[in-house]
Structures are given as C-alpha cells and as structure tokens.
Design a protein around this ligand. Structure first.
Ligand code: FES
Length: 644
C-alpha cells in the first residue's frame, strides 16, 4: 500500500500515512487532537481542516487540496460556499491520497496549546500612553459660537493644561454627535497628550490596552486596564506562520521565493491576532473596539512580517533591518480590528537578529541598572543573549534551531496538554518519573496514559537527566552496556524509553534518541559558545547572574540547564528562570510610556556582536557540544552521582 507524508500544523506533527486513511484517523495516529463531537459520523462539522497548497521545501513535499479524496455530499451540507472556496474539508470525510500539509484551525483543535506565556507578577508603575480626560464644555451660544473641536481643546487646556492636541480623523467626524449626546460632558481618550483618539459621550472611567508578543512559534496577548494596570485577560495562539517555515530563515526564504509570500505570511499573523483579540476581549466581557492602545514586541523577522516590510535583507549579510527605531502605526493601517484610532507601538530593534522582543526583555530585566555582570538568555527558535551591567551591554544571537522548544525532536511537541514537561531518571534503577502538562501529579505515582510527546522544558530535563544518570556520556553518546529495558536499539541506533506504550496516547513508546540528543547538543552548544564570546569581548571570566527567559512549556529547570551546559558556570542561587520576559516587556511598554523612551535609548546603547564573524566561534562551539563542556569547570554544579 502506498504511504504519503502528512504534516499537521500548527502542532508540527508529521508522519507517513497509508493511502486512503481519513485525515481524522491520521491525526490520531500522529497524536494531533482534532475535535470530533460526532465521532467521525460526518454530522457535527467540528473537524474542519484546511490543506495548504504549494511546495514546502522544509518538509520535502508538494501539498495540494487534490491530494485528498473528492469533496463529499456530507461535506456539502456542513460547509459553506466560502469555506469550500478556501479549501476547508471535514477531517472525518477526506482521505489522504498524496502528500499534504494539513492546517488544523484553532476552533478544531482539542487540547489547545498551553502557551505558558503567562504574565509575571511584575510591579509596573503606571503612566500609559493613552489616558482618559473627562471634561464638561460650556454650551455654544450665538455669542460664543466656537467650533466643537476648539471648544473641546479649550476645555482640555483649562482643566488639564493640555496643549492643543490634534484629533484623529474618525474622532473628528464623531465629535459633534458625541458632544451633543453627552450634553456637553464627554471623555476624551488622548494618546501621549498629543492626539485625541476618541471622544465618548458622558464620563467614561475604563480604557484598555493590549500587549502583544509575536514569537516565531507562539503569539501571546495580555489585555490590561490602562487605568489600574491590572491584567484582565491573557490569550495565546500558535503562530500560524509555522506553516511557511519553522524558523525565521525559512519564512524569509518563503517570502523571497513566492511573489505573494509576504502578503500570505502577513495575512496569517493579522488573522491570528484578530482572532486572539476577539477571544481575549470577549472573555473579559469587552469588545475589540475597547482596546485603545497596543504595545508589541517580536524578533526582527516577525516585526518586519507583521508590519509588511520585505524581510529579505534580514536573510543575507549584513542582515540589515529596515528600521531600528520604535514605530507608532495606526492599528487600522495594519488591519488590526481594535478601536480604529488605536496606535500600535512597536518596540525598537537592536540588530537583524536581536529584535524588539529582546528590547522587551531588556526593559523587563533592566540589567543596565545593576552592577552584577548579568547574562540574559532568551531561548526561542533563535537564541538571543544580552550580557553586561550598568557600564556596558552587549548582545548576540545564535541559531539554536527549535530543539529547545521541543521541535525537530522525534517525539518533540509544543507545550500542550499531554506534553511531558518534566523528567527525572533514578540514578540506581534508571526508572523514569515524568510530569505532563495538565496533570499535577508525577508518573509513576499517577498512572498516565495520555502522554503525547515531550515539550521544550522536558527535552532539556530529559537530556540532562540522561547525562546525570550515566546513560549518555559527556560527548552525548549512549552507553550500550546498561541493564535496563529502557535502553534499546531502534533501526541500529540506541534510544531511551521515557514513556512506555501503555503510558502514551500514541500506542507506541515515547523515546529520546541519539539524534535528539545531538540536536539538543547543537542548540545548547551554540548558546554556550555565544555566551563565551560575549564574555571574552567584555573581558570577564565569571558570570555573576544568569537569567533564563523564554516561552517554554514550563519554566526551565535552572539546575538541569546548567548540567546540560546551556551557559557557563554561575552560582545557582543567582540563576533565575523568568518565563516570557519579552511579553513582560511589551506589558511594561503598554503601561508606562516612559519605558518606551528607555527602550529606545537602551536599544541604541546595546552593542551587537556578530557571532558569525568571530573566528573563535567554531572552536568555542565544538568544545561546548560536550555536556556540560569539554574543558570548562563548573564548580557550582552539584557533583554527579551516577557510577560512570
Ligand atoms: S467528526 Fe463530526 S463531522 Fe467530522
């Protein structure tokens, strides 16, 4: 029987599927959750999917809607004309007849992504860009026929000392109506004391803003009250651009190779953000139009793709961004469905591969206010680093690949219910305990049958634990002489069983293979080598503080990360795992416009070190492939207790 490649997005799951298998069956074989309320009887319509057409070099396939069986009568009853035109199908009705890239939209996904891009409890001093100014205006009379706008401006000057703010065009159109409806008492929403965005009849007390973090893999939105600074909702999505490539280079290449690539890729993120906006406001009992301000971060490629700037110069040396400074663009010009006058403030960029997300990390962590030499590692699909203190700051970026996020690992998956997020291996028995997202207790205390894969934090734990337990050696090679059924050969290569088939929802064991260990070594080696070069550049031998940031399945275990050698030795008491610092930075910029100026200034002060130009990089990288390192000492690591 013929077999075809099926790739599910946004989960990234892929595999060879026998011809004639329904998409729903294929999703189950590969551990992808698709809603199927009617159990595949073609009556509920919940299992909608879409086929993306085109050649996807990164997967080595050509996908086309015709690679599914012909449209059925049942689908005709449940799918509208529009959907049909967009290539939407029912997963339970369509069978696989060729290679396909299957997109499972948010509403059809079960076990939705748990993007732990949670907002931290950071205290943020409040000084938002958009504030509300309630004023009562004198009635116009024949003796005082001042225009409505001038009348409002005069009242704002008298009551608040505001110097003649301008007015957004739609707000001007609505002004006469608002003044009269409010009986000359109105509330003006004003941006940076410079521009009247909206005039509401009567007195309005609440205004809302949204902080957005566009990661290569995940997108997060934080809805905040601009009056109190309180977080009123958080929502996250997979970045739908993963369909066009897992990492930024693949997406830039896609844009370069397809005439409509930029439009498609930009359309995907705007659609995703509008969906996120509808959900996050709806859950809070609000409307999208209640959002009056947005602050946004993202890496340089995400930034360009969001704004609509051709990103291709970012893909070729000298990797120049189109703009470094922060931007303020009307949400309506970008296609975001919030209040039409809202501005989107996009944080500045340091360099081609050190983007607004890193500037977000910078203003959230403020290494420039400290004396201690601090290394901040933001682990994403790219690894970005900042090293320094109040005297000097250096930044660098290195291509880690998505292994540390759980992608490109045989059983890797993004953080979603069912993902193994923590792993421990007993030094004596080599037995495994693990914890999956969505379940509080650990295996084996709790019998788990629902593991689907391993997410980023679990991958880091897993490889570090294999080393700690003496199952792999310093070079990452598996030992083959250990008496445990968990260590076995698959197609001539060793692998270690993390979860047995009866502990997974896949019907097969979840393992970590030699290849997986290698991918993690490459990723962590790049981070370590980058950190070493930054240290050399600053002339320091020791790190005084390390901050691990990143939107992981769960916070990175700092001890496991150091055992793995993700960064040079540091007192573990001074290593912290902070979660999504870039998102915190976006929230800070939303709630305090002074921090926007600080971001602008700091982005200019940070010096960028191009690692690809540094001759020693390859040598540092080769040494850093070892676990934790070939030669560097780690006096702060607990001694290894395995019997190697
Ligand atoms: S599962 Fe109900 S229509 Fe497909």
């Amino acid at each position: 029987m013929k077999r075809y490649q099926a790739i599910f997005q946004p989960s990234g799951r892929r595999g060879e599927i026998p011809e004639g298998t329904t998409v729903l069956e294929a999703s189950r074989l590969l551990g992808v959750g698709i809603e199927s309320v009617c159990g595949g009887k073609k009556t509920c319509g919940k299992c909608r999917i879409r086929i993306d057409s085109g050649t996807f070099d990164q997967y080595g396939i050509h996908s086309h809607p015709d690679h599914l069986s012909p449209f059925t009568g049942e689908e005709g009853k449940l799918l509208g004309e529009n959907e049909r035109a967009q290539g939407v199908r029912l997963a339970c009705a369509a069978t696989i007849q060729g290679d396909v890239l299957i997109v499972v939209p948010e509403e059809s996904q079960t076990g939705k992504q748990v993007v732990r891009k949670e907002a931290s409890e950071k205290k943020i001093s409040l000084n938002p860009a958009v504030r509300l100014f309630p004023v009562t205006l004198p009635f116009p009379t024949l003796n005082d026929p001042l225009g409505d706008y001038e009348r409002l401006v005069a009242a704002l000057l008298e009551r608040f000392g505001l110097q003649r703010p301008g007015i957004d065009y739609p707000a001007l159109l609505a002004l006469p109506g608002a003044l009269r409806k409010g009986n000359w008492t109105v509330t003006a929403a004003i941006w940076m004391e410079r521009e009247i965005l909206a005039v509401f009849p009567g007195e309005v007390e609440e205004a809302y803003g949204l902080a957005i973090d566009i990661g290569s893999t995940t997108v997060a939105g934080y809805l905040c009250s601009l009056r109190t600074g309180k977080l009123v909702g958080t929502e996250s999505r997979m970045n739908p651009q993963v369909t066009y490539g897992d990492d930024v280079i693949a997406r830039i290449t896609y844009v370069m190779e397809h005439p409509d690539g930029l439009e498609k890729i930009r359309g995907a993120i705007i659609e995703c953000l509008n969906d996120l906006i509808r959900t996050v406001t709806g859950n809070a009992g609000l409307f999208p139009s209640d959002i009056l301000d947005i602050a946004l971060v993202g890496n340089t490629a995400m930034h360009h793709l969001f704004v609509g700037i051709d990103p291709h110069p970012l893909g070729i040396s000298p990797f120049t961004p189109a703009v470094h400074r922060s931007l303020d663009i009307k949400a309506r010009d970008l296609g975001l469905a919030v209040h039409p006058a809202a501005n989107v403030h996009i944080l500045p960029i340091v360099a081609g591969f050190v983007g607004a997300d890193n500037v977000g990390v910078l203003i959230a962590e403020e290494p420039y206010r400290r004396d201690e030499m601090t290394l901040i590692i933001d682990v994403g699909t790219n690894g970005e680093m900042i090293l320094g203190n109040r005297k000097k700051l250096l930044s660098a970026s290195c291509a880690t690949g998505p292994a540390l996020e759980g992608a490109h690992i045989r059983f890797g998956m993004r953080a979603a219910p069912g993902a193994i997020e923590r792993i421990r291996i007993d030094r004596e028995t080599l037995e495994v305990s693990f914890k999956i997202i969505g379940v509080e207790r650990w295996r084996p205390e709790f019998r788990i049958k629902s593991a689907l894969g391993i997410c980023g934090s679990g991958v880091i734990d897993g490889v570090a634990e294999l080393y700690r337990a003496g199952i792999i050696d310093q070079s990452g090679r598996f030992r083959t002489d250990l008496a445990t059924p968990r260590l076995r050969m698959a197609e001539g290569k060793p692998e270690f069983v993390i979860a047995w088939p009866d502990e997974t929802a896949l019907g097969e064991a979840i393992t970590i293979s030699q290849q997986d260990v290698r991918s993690v070594q490459l990723a962590k080696g790049a981070l370590y080598a980058g950190a070493k070069l930054l240290m050399k550049e600053l002339g320091i031998e020791k790190l005084e503080r390390v901050v691990l940031a990143g939107a992981f399945g769960s916070y990175i275990d700092k001890t496991e990360a150091m055992i793995l050698g993700m960064f040079p030795d540091c007192n573990l008491d001074h290593v912290s795992s902070v979660g999504n610092a870039a998102g915190d930075g976006a929230r800070i910029a939303l709630l305090n416009c002074d921090k926007r100026l600080e971001a602008e200034e700091m982005a200019r002060q940070v010096e960028y070190l191009e690692l690809t130009l540094a001759k020693e990089f390859q040598q540092e990288f080769t040494s850093a492939l070892f676990i934790p390192h070939m030669t560097d000492a780690f006096p702060h690591l607990p001694p290894l207790d395995h019997k190697n």
